[in-house]
Design a binder for this molecule. Structure first.
Ligand code: NCD
Length: 356
């Protein structure tokens, strides 16, 4: 595992190993206080963040490492028009690994193709957020004792919610998971992800518009906020922003051991009175996030885990004229230095997964 760009970079044994390291860190923190001494992590955040940036930084500091970076695009040379490929080639000279959050889909993948240091995708637009997924997997493993055989409700903005996209894709490697998708029509899960569930032999999905219709069958309820920043028309956001709100009354219909998760930040989609319910684990998730990110940093910085990485060759370079992704938010439509990935068939954009 050289980079962590999408959940498909994580095998079952990678996930098991990361969970095992996270558990050992929790039990024996004193053994880990110096493991990243003299190592530096860059956090390159072109989009707002509280948890993802601070959790990675806190993880690196706990491991005895150093941190540098920026927390908004305005504070970087992106404001002067610098490309991601140039930014990452520069940052590769200052740091030993980098976490990138960027509004464009496929941005971390592109950065990884120009990077000489491991890249962690901290969120590429509405596409993927694999370290939140690792956090969620550790939370489920700890709080439910298993990562298979359960019914999980995913509620809210399933269209733009990158945490939902990554969590579903990661869970497809486990058996007998039923995904209950709860959202208004306008915020439904993208078709390409539904197709992945359909292709999978043991997992299924069903769709509902309200929480009350489905909550009684759930082992896990994963709430998400409506992603205001992804709407080009603010009126459309206003129409759907209050469509799925978890109220205290709903919990009387739920199983006693159902857990309520949320990647945070929360806006108004969970009644704050629910915070004191023992089923609410969203603040525990934050704690699990530091442990699993410590494990991930250790793994990515362990040179023995690095596959021999071939540097990008110019034969692989395609111009934006050769390749036009129809998704206007795809990185291929805003950067010129696009590298085609020859191993994937071009049915889907290799950067943002949109159908071509
Ligand atoms: C999420 C994100 O940024 O995608 N937050 C997080 O990283 N914990 C969810 C969100 O912003 O709604």
């Amino acid at each position: 595992m050289r980079h962590l760009i999408s959940p498909s970079d994580l095998s079952l044994s990678d996930i098991n190993k990361l969970i095992a390291i996270a558990t050992d860190i929790e039990n024996n923190p004193e053994n880990y206080t110096k493991v990243c001494e003299n190592k530096t992590m860059a956090t390159l955040f072109f989009e707002p963040s509280t948890r993802t940036r601070l959790s990675h930084e806190s993880a690196m500091l706990n491991l005895g490492g150093n941190i540098l970076g920026f927390s908004s695009a305005d504070a970087s040379s992106a404001a002067k028009g610098e490309s991601i490929s140039d930014t990452i080639r520069t940052v590769s000279c200052y740091a030993d690994l980098a976490v990138i959050r960027h509004p464009k889909e496929g941005s971390s993948l592109l950065a990884s193709q120009y990077s000489t240091i491991p890249i962690i995708n901290g969120g590429d637009g509405p596409h993927h957020h694999p370290t939140q997924t690792l956090t969620d997997l550790l939370t489920i493993a700890r709080e439910k004792g298993r990562l298979d055989n359960f019914t999980i409700g995913l509620c809210g903005d399933l269209k733009h919610g990158r945490t939902v996209h990554s969590l579903i894709e990661a869970l497809l490697i486990y058996d007998n998971i039923e995904f209950v998708l709860i959202s208004p029509d306008e915020l439904q899960l993208p078709t390409y992800i539904k197709d992945k569930i359909i292709e999978n032999s043991t997992n299924t999905f069903s769709e509902f518009k309200t929480i009350e219709e489905s909550i009684s069958q759930l082992d896990i309820l994963y709430m998400t906020r409506v992603q205001k920043e992804r709407f080009s028309d603010i009126e459309k956001y206003e129409e759907v922003k209050d469509s799925c709100i978890l109220m205290q009354e709903h919990l009387s219909l739920a199983k006693n051991d159902m857990i309520i998760m949320h990647p945070l930040p929360r806006v108004n989609e969970i009644d704050p009175r629910i915070d004191s319910d023992s089923r609410a684990v969203y603040f525990k998730q934050v704690q699990y996030g530091i442990l699993i990110r410590m494990a991930l940093i250790i793994e990515l910085l362990d040179a023995s885990n690095f596959p021999v990485d071939s540097a990008p060759t110019h034969e692989q370079t395609i111009t934006t004229q050769d390749f036009n992704c129809q998704n206007s938010n795809c990185i291929t439509n805003s950067e010129n230095n696009i590298l085609f990935i020859p191993t994937k068939k071009m049915i889907q954009c290799p950067y943002c997964d949109s159908r071509i």
